[in-house]
Ligand binder design. Structure first.
Ligand SMILES: [Zn+2]
Ligand SMILES: [Zn+2]
Length: 446
């Protein structure tokens, strides 16, 4: 990193070396002889012992220094970096937590690029550190004085938000977390109203398809131009990121977009949200198969690691819980308060729009397709045992297919026909039963 976290020169007490390697006994003995040594700094970079301990993850020494009470948690080095910034840079999560506990200020800016600890965590892709800093920002004075969403979208000296940096550095986990916390997907490094790069431009340059998928699913605009008048597609081409270019090509099919502005989605129950997010990303991957056909990226195998739990749950349900809209997927989402159930895919088809338009997008919540009451909240449907006798009278369905095995969400393309867009949802309505309200497509027309 070139941050010089060891102390090659002028360590006359051996303090800095002991701190770096976690030799707490030596540190204690040096400090007991002369407590003022704790305030010395390394010669060139002006690191304090706390900087060195935090950057090297020496949690015992960090704890000892902070509990002593004489050490300020916000000491600055030569580049006005705090120990918290260095801990976030190196992904030392325990030190990040300890420093925040000791009331380290999360709203400090270094003198290199005007970055905060949140920028460092995003840039280096340490999602745990990012999460800890974000949750500190929700509860600390920062939320009160600055506002949480202003903190999430905080700019460095060149106008980059943490989301820009995470997208540029290929950190999809951090990109997701920031978007989920209210990062502006179309923020421009030029500032509001001025041309600059968006996170999508920087992801196109960095070449991470996962970052691009996340950004597109959150409504990133493929047509926004940077200061040189380029759309992200051209940036990807220039840097020879062909897979990214295929996704960013304005003539490629629009991906489904997570309807984040909708109140009921932002306040969504976490489990239901995870199910819907998973269904949305899987559906977009299905769409990508056509887009990427013939390129070397044409076998996108969905990541199974975080989907297995949901799949396991679903394998236990009976055919009586098939979604009454598509007759294809298992009901996993329940509408409150009416209690009607449908599958995650059909829920998305109800709620998602293909292209966000902030000026005309309807901000009214979608309605339940069965009873037309406003959807106040979505929750994960409870798995019912022996449900055949009881739960069908809510919406009697004599033509339920018999004994169709539930499919998991990442299986073959036929599972996703209901997601090829809202228009096809309309066709399903026609084919389905008369119970579904006819004017569904007025809900979220772009
Ligand atoms: Zn369905
Ligand atoms: Zn209903």
């Amino acid at each position: 990193m070139g941050q010089g976290l060891s102390c090659r020169v002028q360590d006359e007490h051996g303090l800095f070396t002991a701190v770096q390697f976690g030799d707490i006994e030596h540190v204690k003995s040096v400090l007991s002889k002369d407590p003022l040594v704790v305030h010395t700094k390394s010669v060139y970079d002006r690191h304090s012992a706390l900087h060195i301990a935090a950057a090297n993850g020496q949690i015992e020494i960090v704890t000892m220094l902070l509990e002593d009470g004489s050490v300020n948690p916000d000491l600055l080095n030569r580049h006005k970096q705090t120990p918290l910034m260095l801990a976030a840079m190196h992904g030392k999560i325990n030190c990040v937590k300890k420093l925040i506990e000791a009331r380290a200020n999360i709203l400090m800016f270094d003198s290199l690029n005007g970055r905060t600890c949140l920028h460092y965590a995003a840039y280096y892709g340490h999602s745990e550190c990012l999460e800890t800093i974000l949750s500190a920002a929700r509860t600390s004075h920062v939320a009160a004085s600055w506002g949480f969403s202003r903190f999430v979208n905080i700019r460095d000296g060149k106008g980059a938000t943490p989301l820009h940096l995470a997208a540029r550095q290929r950190r999809p986990r951090c990109v997701h977390m920031l978007l989920d916390s209210g990062a502006l997907v179309c923020a421009s490094t030029g500032g509001y109203g001025f041309a600059g790069s968006t996170p999508l431009h920087l992801a196109a340059r960095g070449g991470s398809m996962d970052c691009i998928r996340e950004l597109l699913a959150w409504g990133a605009d493929r047509l926004q131009k940077d200061a040189s008048g380029r759309i992200p597609y051209l940036v990807a081409l220039k840097h020879k990121n062909d897979g990214c270019a295929a996704l960013l090509n304005p003539s490629a099919a629009e991906p489904l977009v997570w309807p984040s502005p909708l109140k009921f989605i932002s306040e969504l129950n976490q489990d239901a949200k995870a199910l819907l997010e998973q269904a949305l990303m899987e559906a977009n991957r299905e769409r990508e198969k056509t887009i990427l056909k013939g390129t070397c990226y044409s076998v996108p195998s969905p990541s199974r690691s975080d989907t297995s739990a949901a799949d396991d749950d679903m394998s236990e349900v009976s055919e009586t819980e098939l979604c009454c809209i598509c007759f294809d997927q298992v009901c996993t989402i329940e509408v409150q308060d009416c209690g009607h159930q449908m599958c995650a895919q059909c829920t998305l088809a109800l709620c998602c729009h293909n292209k966000p338009n902030p000026t005309t997008a309807s901000l009214t919540a979608p309605v339940c397709p069965f009873c037309r009451s406003n959807i106040a909240q979505l929750v994960v449907a409870k798995v019912k045992v022996n449900a055949a006798d009881q739960d069908l009278d809510l919406y009697p369905s004599p033509k339920l297919p018999k004994l169709r095995k539930p499919r998991n969400l990442s299986e073959g393309s036929s599972s996703f026909k209901s997601l090829s867009g809202v228009p096809s949802f309309g066709r399903i309505v026609g084919r389905g039963s008369g119970r579904i309200s006819a004017d569904i497509d007025c809900i979220d027309k772009p």
